[in-house]
Design a protein around this ligand. Structure first.
Ligand code: PLP
Length: 308
């Protein structure tokens, strides 16, 4: 999806012009992928722009940094404040936010520890990641032949730059085969997650998603939907899912910050349920969107206002 330039990008404490937010070609993160990042969204609310679960996203960013021994020279509170400042200065309400912790330039080699740690925060307007049609009518997914990284190869608990080679290999194969999205299996053959989304299935009044031990990212949208579903009276379970569970589910959907909630209409050319977004998916999706707009009292804490 093309990026629409905005005005300023926050780079290690300074707001710089969009066109000046550059790194050197010998930057080690560019070569070896040793960096961690977040994907966050800000939404328009009655009280101005609000970033959805910003504090939780920044906490995950710092957990990722810890796994990769990146000692961030800013506190989490400073990065929360810098994120709000970047949204405000660009005069955006609804936008995507990309904080990145990366290695500074000056060292080269496979030991990242001598490199300085830099942080950038960019924001831009970004529409629906899998497209309007997928959101309305459901997407077509396929189980990838690429497996999710094993915890002892590249830990899926972090959201690290180089880790996304795995997701991109699966995504490219899915697109070339004519599907919208890939679903990756864990090394032991359980469903893990989509290339950039968590996966849920619905069976009767039970809403099921794979446990984190099967290698999905601990998605913040996943946690939100689990809470919304439990509050709506569904039984929510974290349990192993195999590919036929997806084929035979009543409903299935993806969750993620970029994709938001996207119904899955087909998996490997088999319609899921009736092959259209089902009523449980619709109900959860509507509550989620209302929550992001600050319209659900119960979830007001998830909505972190940019101004005041
Ligand atoms: C591999 C993967 N799974 C799941 C998710 C969904 O996580 P979240 O809801 O926090 O955006 C993402 C997005 O960050 C992802 O990259």
């Amino acid at each position: 999806m093309p990026i629409t330039p905005t005005s300023k990008i926050w780079m290690s404490g300074q707001l710089v012009d969009w066109d000046d937010a550059r790194i050197h070609v010998l930057n080690p993160t560019l070569h070896y992928g040793w960096g961690v990042f977040e994907g966050i969204r800000s939404y328009a609310t009655a009280d101005g722009p609000a970033v959805f679960r910003l504090t939780d996203h920044i906490a995950r960013l710092y957990r990722s940094a810890k796994i990769y021994l990146m000692d961030v020279p800013f506190t989490q509170e400073q990065i929360v404040a810098a994120t709000k400042e970047t949204v405000a200065v660009n005069q955006l309400e609804t936008c995507y936010i990309r904080p990145l912790i990366y290695l500074g330039h000056g060292e080269m080699g496979l030991n990242p520890l001598p490199s300085p740690i830099e942080v950038s925060i960019a924001v831009w307007p970004w529409g629906s990641y899998l497209g309007e049609d997928a959101e309305q009518n459901g997407c077509r997914a396929t189980i990838s032949t690429w497996r999710r990284n094993d915890n002892n190869i590249i830990p899926p608990a972090a959201k690290a730059s180089g880790q996304y080679l795995n997701s991109s290999l699966a995504k490219v194969a899915a697109i070339k085969a004519g599907y919208d999205e890939a679903i990756l299996l864990s090394p032991n053959g359980h469903i893990a997650d989509g290339s950039g989304e968590n996966v849920f299935i619905v069976s009767g009044r039970t809403v099921i998603t794979p446990p984190l031990t099967d290698g999905p990212l601990g998605g913040i949208t996943r946690a939100s939907i689990m809470q919304i579903a439990a509050d709506a009276g569904y039984e929510v379970r974290e349990q192993h899912i195999v590919r036929t569970d997806l084929y035979l589910a009543d409903e299935a959907f993806f969750t993620g910050t970029a994709a938001e909630i996207v119904p899955i209409a087909e998996v490997d050319d088999r319609p899921v349920g009736i092959g259209k977004p089902g009523p449980v998916t619709r109900q959860l999706l509507e509550t989620f969107h209302a929550a992001t707009r600050g319209e659900v009292d119960r979830y007001k804490d998830w909505v972190e206002h940019v101004h005041g």
